[in-house]
Design a protein around this ligand. Structure first.
Ligand SMILES: CC(=O)N[C@H]1[C@@H](OP(=O)(O)OP(=O)(O)OC[C@H]2O[C@@H](n3ccc(=O)[nH]c3=O)[C@H](O)[C@@H]2O)O[C@H](CO)[C@@H](O)[C@@H]1O[C@H](C)C(=O)N[C@@H](C)C(=O)N[C@H](CCC(=O)O)C(=O)O
Ligand SMILES: Nc1ncnc2c1ncn2[C@@H]1O[C@H](COP(=O)(O)OP(=O)(O)OP(=O)(O)O)[C@@H](O)[C@H]1O
Ligand SMILES: N[C@H](CCC[C@H](N)C(=O)O)C(=O)O
Ligand SMILES: [Mg+2]
Length: 499
């Protein structure tokens, strides 16, 4: 693509060198530079990409995007685009490079601490029922309408994101549901994308290792909505906000009159309001009051928290042009979201669930939901991730303690940290002293399943769909669902031998 055309999307730039160049590819990594590449120098969280400019030129870069003016010795040898914010500029140029695919179909984004993956899966399911082809992007996978791949990030980098959206458009998708993480917003990964629907699910403690304070974390989420409200480039986004959540209520109040809005929840001021929730182990039903009508919503999902995900999905689909009654019809048979309250089987009358709860609020919600099924005992296996917000550790311990009869504390991606030290920090928050710590996750799961008796529920929390365990020196294959299934088979065998 011609560099002059590629830069029309930038409002503040100083160019030195010719603009009538053909750009073969864009990259922010000097390792991916080839002949004809534009290299964007980004000040990252670990290194400053400006230090790789010379290497990029040596590797064949024909243009540089940077937050500095060109040094004198390079000014006459290469095209240099000086911008105030190279992450933002790269995001805009990436969208331009792939033909601004977001303009060609309905785009629903979902942000919030918990519920993004679940809500995007539901929106995707509704879109596919209405339109046959739709894309999905998030923590678990990317689906471009034809091919499903394992995801590397919840929200991909701006280049990968626009490339994927372009593929979805080319594959005939009429809509896409995507997760918008706070890292993604802060790093401008979604800055160029216009959204038809922008969902806020909730905000509770997570990611303070990155954002520092909960206020800064909230601000990252709010910045997305602020940017949509100020976006002059076309799409009128509908903000879809959970106003039962205190941060959601603040967000809705601050956006009042600046974006079309759908407020959802159980509260009386909601535009999409749930009532009369009834549930059992097989699913739930509730009434939805919306648009002056009452609808009966049925879902195989369980848990009050999933009512919020369902409301958000119906409202987002509505903002994308799908009638609530069609969304509701599709949701009656929504698929299992991998690793979200996934029933992996039973042995000796005890049932085992795997769930991705890795925040205090998620653990609280999932334990409560399982408690509501009236188990004889709830036995919870959980741990806390290394190199992540360590303030969550005692809070997750307190949540698990509150609702479980017994807990097994174990490892959950210790990364560069000492697994035993993470466990000690979790133990400090345990108010229910009926727990045991077992560093090895496989042994912890085996122990919990062997200790279970008829009528018990075993919850294995934290890793959900993940298929690995990350340590300082290695990553091993590990899947809670597979390991629990094997452990259940062993237990069933053991029980039959005892009979
Ligand atoms: C902290 C964080 O989010 N980092 C992400 C970020 O890296 P960064 O921009 O800070 O990069 P950096 O390593 O400091 O390097 C700066 C620049 O120098 C360049 N470079 C670097 C080395 C070199 O030799 N040559 C070179 O050109 C890099 O390509 C980069 O452009 O941008 C990169 C490209 O998009 C991401 O891969 C990287 O994700 C790291 C691996 C990560 O673990 N991120 C997690 C925390 C994350 O993003 N999580 C969220 C939320 C998860 C959830 O709650 O669901 C997600 O959306 O996945
Ligand atoms: N609306 C919700 N409110 C609170 N907790 C929820 C909600 N939805 C799901 N959860 C809990 O949070 C866990 C993670 O859910 P999900 O994967 O949908 O969230 P996410 O926001 O995508 O998480 P991540 O930031 O890790 O990608 C679930 O396994 C469940 O325990
Ligand atoms: N996207 C989240 C996932 C956490 C999942 C949990 N298993 C852990 O490793 O802490 C993060 O990177 O913080
Ligand atoms: Mg997710």
């Amino acid at each position: 693509m011609n560099l002059r055309d590629l830069t029309t999307c930038l409002s503040r730039l100083t160019v030195s060198g010719p603009l009538d160049l053909e750009i073969a590819s864009l990259t922010a990594s000097s390792k991916h530079v080839e002949a004809g590449t534009l290299f964007a120098a980004i000040r990252g969280t670990t290194v400053d990409g400006h230090q790789f400019i010379e290497g990029a030129i040596a590797a064949g870069a024909v243009a540089i995007l940077a937050e500095t003016a060109p040094p004198k010795d390079l000014a006459s040898t290469i095209t240099w685009i000086h911008v105030p914010d190279s992450r933002l500029a790269l995001s805009l140029m990436a969208s331009e490079f792939y033909g601004n695919p977001w303009k060609d179909f309905a785009v629903a984004g979902v942000t919030g601490t918990n519920g993004k993956t679940t809500t995007t899966f539901l929106i995707h399911h509704i879109m596919k029922a209405a339109w046959h082809r739709a894309g999905l992007l998030g923590t678990i996978l990317t689906d471009d309408g034809e091919t499903i791949d394992v995801a590397k990030h919840t929200t991909p980098g701006s280049l990968e994101l626009s490339e994927l959206l372009g593929r979805m458009r080319d594959n005939g998708c009429r809509g896409v549901a995507l997760e918008v993480s706070s890292h993604g917003i802060h790093q401008k990964r979604t800055a160029a994308i216009g959204f038809d629907a922008a969902v806020f699910t909730n905000l509770t403690q997570d990611h303070l290792d990155y954002h520092g304070t909960i206020e800064a974390y909230f601000q990252a989420k709010a910045d997305w909505f602020e940017a949509l409200a100020a976006d002059p480039r076309g799409k009128k986004s509908t903000a879809i906000i959970n106003i039962d959540d205190a941060y959601g209520a603040d967000l809705a109040a601050s956006l009042e009159g600046r974006l079309p809005m759908i407020r959802f929840g159980f509260g009386v001021h909601c535009d999409f309001r749930a009532n009369n929730l009834r549930q059992n182990a097989r699913g739930m039903e509730f009434e939805l009051q919306a648009k002056g009508r009452t609808f009966l919503v049925r879902s195989p999902l369980i848990g009050r928290f999933n009512v919020y995900n369902i409301l958000a999905a119906i409202a987002a689909a509505n903002a994308c042009g799908i009638r609530p009654r069609d969304a509701i019809a599709a949701l009656a048979d929504s698929p299992q979201v991998p690793g979200r309250l996934e029933n992996v089987g039973n042995a000796g009358g005890a049932t085992v669930f795997v769930d991705y709860a890795h925040t205090p609020d998620a653990l609280e919600n999932v334990c409560r939901t399982l408690r509501d099924l009236n188990p004889r005992r709830l036995i919870t296996v959980f741990g806390c991730g290394g190199d992540r917000d360590n303030g969550k550790r005692p809070l997750m311990a307190a949540a698990a303690s509150r609702h479980s009869d017994a807990c097994i504390i174990t490892s959950d991606n210790p990364r560069s940290e000492d697994p035993a030290e993470i466990i000690r920090q979790v133990e400090a928050g345990m108010t229910n002293k009926n727990y045991r710590s077992i560093v090895d996750r496989a042994e912890a799961i085996d122990f919990a399943i062997r200790a279970s008796r008829s009528g018990d529920i075993v919850l294995i929390a934290g890793k959900g769909h993940e298929t690995y365990q990350q340590f300082a020196d290695k990553t091993i294959d590990f899947d809670d669902r597979k390991h629990a299934s094997k452990s259940l088979r062993d237990r069933a065998q053991e029980l039959s031998e005892q009979r």
